[in-house]
Each structure stands twice: as structure tokens, then as C-alpha cells.
Design a protein. Sequence first.
Length: 564
Amino acid sequence: MIHLLSWGLLGASGAVLFMSSVTHLSCGVGEVFEVPLFYLNSTEILLTFYFDGAGLMFLSFVLMVSSAVLLFSGSYMHDDFFAVRFTLLVLLFVMSMGLLITSLNMVSILLGWDGLGVVSYILVVYYQNEKSNAAGMITALTNRLGDAAILLSIALLADSGSWNFMFNGKDLLPEDLWFAGGLIVAASITKSAQMPFSAWLPAAMAAPTPVSALVHSSTLVTAGVYLMIRFDPLLQSPGVMWALSLTAFLTTFMASASAMGECDLKKIVALSTLSQLGVMVMTLSLGFSHLALFHLLAHATFKALLLMCSGKIIHSLGDTQDIRSMGGLLDSLPVTGAFFNLANMALCGFPFLAGFYSKDLLVEAALGDDMNMVFICLLCLMVGLPSAYSVRLSMLAVLNCPSLPSVSNISEEDKLISGAYTMLGSLAVASGALLSWVLLPTPMLITLPPALKLAALSLTLVGAGVGIPLGVNMRALPIFSSEFFMNMWLLPSFSGSAPSWAGLRGNRPLASLDLGWAELFGGEGGHALFTKMSSLLPKGVFSSALSFQLLGGLLVLFMATGLL
């Protein structure tokens, strides 16, 4: 019952916020709301919220995608004993994302940022097994790097007298905010899983499928891209532009090349998210922040649909994730197979679907800019490779000859899942055209030669032509079957086992210290000291060492606040 209530509430709120965002965008206005909390000495602590067209548009898409995901989880998590707890955690996840989107204060941004990190860790380790625990740990530790950068930016902003940031149009931030903005860009790269911090995103697929649909579409990984869109004036430095372009190209090429030889369904979808995030960061590095937001919103619809269809397929096939063991799903799961193909076509940039409008526009804008031949070749790879692995995925998982048992109990008799498919399928079809009318201030007219004007569509068709033989033969090219490409350029080893090994090896000289003087004057010595002191005092005054610790903490607090 709680998932139906949450679905209705989030869906209605998303529709209202979408209409409000259209009004804000048409009028070009925004509102700032300040909520006073308390005074610390002479400093007033405020919660500051900023509501403008772009933020409200993104928040409305977050709420609408979340409502569809909760409707889907009502069926997918129906047999789970802690289904109510799971729904509340998802709502807390959405609330943290909303706080991050609407915050104008760096401290409240940190609350939303850390809220996403903590709740994502809880949801990744939801199934409580060894794989989930390892995935949750690498997810949490990688995101803590971004949290440290946000904390450093807060420390830098302390000198300016306020933790608020505000800019409008092309106005630049004050000089003392440039370094803080650079730190936030560094934090955004870790949160959006760009190179070399990409290993945690496929590992986070250990979470339940509804969580993965939220993480990969509109919440966790898109938070970093959204912050860079907010801080777009800080990205105008040539050095920052070059670094972001290189990072985006490496991320997209790594993810696309790895997906060409991968056979795990959920990992292929995770790698496709990485490739699209690289496209968004590349668009930001070119200075087209409004096109990056356009692609971010369009991507949220079909990526959530693709993940929900993948989860339904895996769940129906007895937790089978190998795409070579599937096939013929249009006969056994016709609704899921149809929406799965729809989401894949939108990801490729099939004409008049959501992905076509954003991808075609950003490719034309990039080709109309001044760039060299190397950049053009890399851009062709960024557009063509996603079509290749998406067509290969559809061929092997849906359109291929069935590899299923002769007798199975697969069925589509679930109205909740069909309703979630219909919601996101409608958005995947209509959101591209709708956003191009609403989000862009004027129709973008880019004049190019016919060969460049048709470049995006031609590259999509070439990529599809490459993916068809790979799907028919069920074998990847030899170069994509190597360990280097199959294991994401060995990034999981560098992010997980290598730091652990280096930490353990580096700690060996300190092992005797940890077991000797540090322990004598640390944990064991402190416990013995407090126990001895408590035994010397009269009974009933201080009964345990905890009382001493509490007294010391209160003394430090009073001294810090000036009461003593």
C-alpha cells in the first residue's frame, strides 16, 4: 500500500513542479528562500533554497522517474520481508537528491550530497552478502573523495562571510569562489564516475533493480553533472575545459569498448550509463551547459526504463544475467521485450525518440565549433559505439533464437510493472521533443554542410551495422575479448585490490607500534585509567568511564561556544 501512496504523491508533485518549471523558464525568474535555524555567537545559520527553471525541471523529472520506480518495486519487491523499509529508504534517497538540487548553501548541499552517499551505501548492501558488501564499500569510499572536496570548499568559503553561492547568466563568481568551484568540479567527477573513478558504478549494480534504476537515471551519478551545470561559469578556463574533455573521452571510450565484449546484462547497462555520462561531461567541456542538462533529462527516462526491463528479465529467468542464455523474449515477455527495445533505440539516438533530439543537437553544436580532426574522430566513436553495443544487446537478449527451457512459467500478468513501463515509455518517446520546446530558449538553428548535418544519424546507423553481426555470431571481436577491455581497463583492480594491498603492506612497519605503545596509551590504557579513577571516587558520583567522557565533552563544548 505504501508504494502506491508514494507513487501517487511523487507523480503528482512531479507534474506540478514541471508546470512550475515551465513558468519559471518562460519568465526567466527564480526565487530564493531562507529558513533561519539558530545563531552561533554572531553568525546566523540559515538554510537557503533556490528555485529556478532548470532546478525545478530536473527535480520534476527526478520525482516522476522515482514514482515509476516505486510503482515497479511494488511488484518486484513484493515478496521481500522488509519492503516497507525499502520504500522508506528510496524516499529518503529522493529527498536527499531534492535537497541537493534546491540548495544554495554549501552546507546544505553537503547534507544532500552525504545523504545520497549514506543511503546509497545502505541500499547497495541491502541483500547482505559478500558481493554486496564489497560493492557498497568501494561505492562509499570513492564518493568520500568527493565529500572531502566539498568540505574543503566550505572551508574556503568561510573567509567570504557566507556559504551561499549565486550567479546568473554569464556573471562570474567572486575571486575567492574560484578555488571552491574547482574543488566542486573535482567532487563532481568522483560522483559522476568519470575516469579514473569509474569502477564503483558497475559494482553498485549489486543493489536491487529499482535502486539501480534510480541511481543510473536521475539521482546519484547525475548529481555530479548537475553541480557542474550549476557551476558552469567556473569551467571557462582552458585548462579545465581540456581536462574535462580528456576525462569524458576516456570514460566513454572505456565504457563502450568494455560493453562490446560483455555478456552480463546489468553490467552492460551500467557501462552504457558510464558512456552517456561521458557524453554529458564532454558537452559541458565545450561550454554547452544547457545541452548537457537537455541530455541529462532525456537520458533519465530511457535509462530507468532500460534498467527496469532488465530487472524484470533477470527476475523472470531465475536470476540469469548472461545474455547468451536468453533470446526469444518477444514471445515469452512481449511487453518487456518491446519496451526494452524502445529504451535501447532511444539510447542509440533513433529518430524522434528522446535520445535523438539531445544527441543530434549536441553533435551538430560540436561540429559547428572550431575543433581538430582528432576531436572529430573521437566524437564519432562516442556516437557510434553506443549504437553498436545496444544493437548487440537487443540481438542477443531479445531477438535471438530462444535459449530458454522448453517449459517455463514466465508471464506478463502484472499491472504495476506494465503501468511503470507505460509511464517511462511515454516519457522516452515524448520527452525529447517536449524538452526541446520548453528547455531551449529559442529553436537552435545550426547551419552545416549536408554531410555534417547528417553525421549523427549516419554514425548511429554505422554503429548499428557493426552491432548486428556481433549479435548474430554471439562472439565479440578478439580485441574486445581481452582481459584489458573486459575488466574496464583494469580499473576495478586499481580501485579495490591495489589500494588494499598497498595499505596492508605499508602498515607492516607500524604493526608493532599498534600492538605496543599505541595500545598501551590508547584503547587499553585509557580503559584502565578511567576504571581506576572511577573506583577511587565515592559511589554514585561517577559510576563509569563514560561519565568522564561526557563531562569532558561538555567542557569542550562550553569553551567553544564562549559560555566559560
